[in-house]
Design a protein around this ligand. Sequence first.
Ligand code: 5CA
Ligand code: ZN
Length: 409
Amino acid sequence: MYAWPASEVPALPGSGRDLSIHDTATGGRINLTPGPVARIYVCGITPYDATHMGHAATYNAFDLVQRVWLDTKRQVHYVQNVTDVDDPLLERAQVNGDDWTALAERETALFREDMTALRMLPPQHYIGAVESIPGIVPLVERLRDLGAAYELEGDIYFSVESDPSFGSVSRLDAEAMRLLSAERGGDPERPGKKNPLDPMLWMAARAGEPSWDGGSLGRGRPGWHIECVAIALDHLGMGFDVQGGGSDLAFPHHEMGASHAQVLTGERPFAKTYVHAGMVALDGEKMSKSKGNLVFVSALRRDGVDPAAIRLALLARHYRSDWEWTDGLLREAEERLGRWRAAVSRPDGPSADALVEEIREALADDLDSPAALAAVDRWAAAQSATGGTDEGAPGLVSRAVDALLGVAL
Ligand code: 5CA
Ligand code: ZN
């Protein structure tokens, strides 16, 4: 489906550094050295509510990954999904007496507007779960033919025991997995499963719910993890550079996805690196659609908040930390934006060549955006304290902040 328009990424002099990033599967840093075309899959929204600051923070992290790669003169092949049919979406539509497709389309449209306003680079392939069903069915059939899937009352489950490397993404123990599985869309209590953790690949049609022709699987709808596997294999293939999402996706979603793909293809790895962003909270609790403690990007925009200030507020926290959204954070970001805009609107200033290298270095160091902001703050403070005579400097700062941080001054 259509994604959203790309904002221009200004070219900078010289070249950026290769990204060193924290990988969940190894628990340490990986020096990423993709080929000329870097490949990234970022899990998309389940469109039953508007984009909140937690979503925006996670997409901001993976937008930075791409900006670093572009600055190393690589191309980026970016794929994102939309989980446009799943339990929470159907439940919300039912509660609101809404048509589920209309709800999904409305919220996806709002997400596109939010991403555009925040200058997030669009994926080349933006793919819905529903449109992927014809590609999902043969994968589930193949897993069944390989003996890695089994039927339970018409539903089809993946057997986690079919993958000898199961557990290698999240590296959690069995008890932690069981608890998270129950919390995050699994059904560990269902009787008759071979292993309580086994996730559903294909859910047989339920009365009153949408269903599709599943060939030999019968009518039904796809499970969550196989959706992302089908889309990633179709558009990126095995061994792509980064799979990204919030830390709540490490288990079960990315663990199960890796297992599905590795059993299907007999190859490893699914992704070379699994990168997870921290959780954003409000009033001490993780921001989530199910809890309803949300600050929406669209609501802030409606209130007249400059999207560049929202983006600066996200950049002020390191992507891997869990952090709390506050109005104070937004006010600080608005003040910073004002200082930066004043600093680049002068005809000359202190040289900015070293600043560009500092931003590059900060981002290459596990996307240390707070350090990048501090470097720009220092240049802006020098501009206001003593100024400078470099006529190219304000323009260079403006282009660097846009190209590397996605903030238009
Ligand atoms: N459709 C699936 C992924 S295939 C899904 O998780 N959708 S979502 O709408 O629930 O979340 C979209 C992205 O936002 C995911 O990467 C998720 O990890 C991230 N996310 C959700 N809540 C937060 C939060 N409070 N803080 C940071 N990231 C969050
Ligand atoms: Zn996903």
